[in-house]
Design a protein. Structure first.
Length: 201
């Protein structure tokens, strides 16, 4: 689905390569990043963890999509899309997730990335729904998702145990039935204007 780099304003999405390992390990080895992630995300995050992840993504035997968020030639983070199991009732639903290194926070990169990946996924697959689950207290990620056109469906109480705490998890989703309508209304702009900086390289 995403076989070519995608240029956005201020960053691009591309496949992960071996040379990304050092940057990923450096930026991911941050408690402020790890506390927003599931426990599968290593903490501390070592260079061998980054190499394993890149190798896993390169194998080509997974239905998951993981792309590097490239800022001026450096992998500044990763965004992923994980579809439901083929043939199962959730086969046309996918979960989106991302992380970005702290030096790149506050630039609007995450909103661009999530918006672009969702739009391209809906246009190039039969997905009906993309959702994200955010830990209680992670208001920044909630804002990113809502700016990208996601709507808050509800709160799953006591859904997460992270760092010894039991947390609620706001469940946020985006359906292809309302995606373009929601997207067109963002910040008073239409889809053409918002995506004029997005192009295939």
């Amino acid at each position: 689905m995403f076989d070519k780099p995608i240029k956005l304003e201020g960053c691009r999405l591309r496949g992960l390569v071996e040379s990304d390992a050092e940057s990923i390990a450096e930026l991911a080895d941050n408690p402020e990043v790890a506390r927003r992630m599931r426990n599968l995300f290593p903490s501390p995050y070592r260079i061998q963890d980054a190499r394993w992840f890149i190798d896993h993504c390169a194998r080509g035997d997974s239905v998951e999509t993981h792309l590097a968020i490239d800022v001026t030639g450096r992998a500044a983070g990763v965004v992923g899309l994980i579809p439901g199991e083929a043939g199962e009732v959730h086969a046309r639903t996918a979960e989106i997730g991302d992380w970005i290194g702290e030096p790149f926070w506050g630039r609007g990169i995450a909103t661009q990335v999530v918006s672009a990946l969702c739009r391209l996924a809906f246009e190039n697959s039969d997905l009906l729904r993309i959702f994200a689950t955010v830990f209680e207290g992670n208001t920044a990620s909630c804002r990113v998702l809502e700016k990208a056109g996601f709507t808050r469906e509800g709160v799953m109480r006591a859904h997460v145990e992270k760092g010894g705490e039991i947390l609620d998890a706001p469940n946020i989703d985006q359906s292809s039935f309302t995606y373009l309508e929601q997207f067109d209304s963002l910040a008073g702009r239409n889809a053409q204007t918002t995506f004029e900086q997005m192009e295939w390289e």
